[in-house]
Ligand binder design. Structure first.
Ligand code: 9MR
Length: 370
């Protein structure tokens, strides 16, 4: 009898393990991708570069479709590319990402309508206030209008604040005063009524910048203009993720009636001497600042996994307030952090390595849902 039971058990185990291999999800109930694991919590997004939008990067393409249900174009909807001259627009790639989203059932977040950086040269040269306002209005009406009903959301205004919470000195502030933010939301709502509208910034989880961000949102709301959410970009550093500030900010933005998103998440592994993502800040090249050019110690990947796991625990705790978590890039080799603030470094900020394999951080984030 004992022998018989043993035989049955062994056969069952073989069958079960076969079924496990052929369809992990059905047998165990465990998800096999980020988007499935977090499907009841929030969207999981990634930023796409041109190669990926054009489906020319085949390995990336397979991974994007498997893992993510939201995308943000990393560069191609920025004014310098989509609106290079006064009366010339370049919609080619933006149309492609919209089609890509529709075809693959992936939500597209437009990035970004109003940003002081990556402005076309003609716009930077405009001297006269009325002409500048015409550029501003035409840009929003044309770009937001074209994708009305076709994209899910817009980062309407990006990075309008200084670190101390005051308004950044930009051409927009200079020509239009601080009302430009409200005006941008008002125009976008009109041009694209069904689209969610967000304010997006880095370091806006830090107390002073957060206060500035709250004041900016309240100003838009007081004008009776719709704003649906705030994006906290989430360019953070290994071992220095500001968990308390992040949680306080999620609560503070939610208290304004807004959705909260983490919009450009990465955890940087290399040293630098300042925090944030101001693309105008640079640091001199120095081999000591590129210590892992030939590979990164496993201990650091484990530390990164712990940081990511703690972040996602926090996001899950506030899943009623968070609607999307987007990584700024698909794999480590494709991250902007290999080229900034020091060019030519080897960084490791994301969940997938250069060969598109999941890193310890990926497994740690997935393990939270088992
Ligand atoms: O990742 C983008 C990089 O490819 C561009 O060179 C850079 C130029 O400004 O912009 C990067 O994306 C930024 C995003 O649009 C806004 N927040 C900061 C991001 C990183 O700089």
């Amino acid at each position: 009898m004992k022998k018989f039971i043993l035989k049955i058990t062994a056969a069952g185990a073989i069958l079960a393990s076969f079924a496990y291999c052929s369809n992990t999800k059905q047998i165990t109930g465990f998800a096999t991708s980020l988007k499935d694991a977090y499907k009841n919590d929030f969207l999981i997004g990634t930023a796409l570069n041109t190669q990926q939008i054009e489906e020319k990067d085949l390995k990336a393409d397979a991974l994007i479709k498997q893992q993510f249900n939201a995308v943000t174009p990393e560069n191609i909807m920025k004014a310098e590319i989509i609106h290079p001259q006064w009366d010339k627009y370049n919609f080619d790639l933006a149309d492609k990402i919209v089609a890509y989203g529709t075809k693959n059932n992936i939500k597209v977040n437009g990035h970004t309508l109003i940003w002081h950086s990556q402005l076309p040269a003609f716009a930077r040269r405009i001297k006269d206030v009325d002409s500048f306002k015409t550029f501003f209005t035409d840009h929003i009406n044309t770009v937001a209008g074209r994708y009305s009903g076709k994209i899910f959301s817009w980062d309407v205004v990006n990075e309008a604040l200084n670190e101390d919470g005051t308004m950044r000195k930009s051409i927009f502030l200079d020509k239009m005063g601080d009302g430009f933010v409200t005006e941008a939301f008002r125009l976008t709502e009109k041009a694209s009524p069904g689209t969610e509208l967000y304010y997006n910034d880095y370091n806006n989880e830090q107390p002073k910048k957060r206060e500035g961000c709250i004041a900016l949102v309240k100003k838009v709301q007081a004008a009776g203009v719709r704003i649906d959410g705030v994006g906290i970009q989430g360019h953070w550093h290994l071992g220095r993720v500001p968990f308390k500030d992040i949680e306080e900010s999620i609560l503070a933005y939610h208290a304004l009636g807004l959705k909260v998103m983490i919009t450009e998440l990465d955890i940087e592994m290399l040293p630098r001497n300042f925090q944030g993502a101001d693309v105008n800040q640079r640091q001199a090249s120095n081999p000591a600042l590129n210590p892992y050019a030939n590979g990164i110690p496993d201990s650091l990947l484990q530390q990164q996994a712990t940081d990511y796991a703690n972040l996602f625990k926090l996001f899950l705790k506030h899943k009623d307030k968070i609607t999307r978590v987007t990584f700024w890039g698909v794999n480590d080799g494709q991250s902007w952090l290999n080229g900034w603030p020091i060019p030519g470094r080897t960084n490791y900020p994301l969940l997938f390595d250069r060969a598109f394999n999941p890193k310890p951080a990926y497994h740690a984030v997935m393990a939270l849902k088992k």
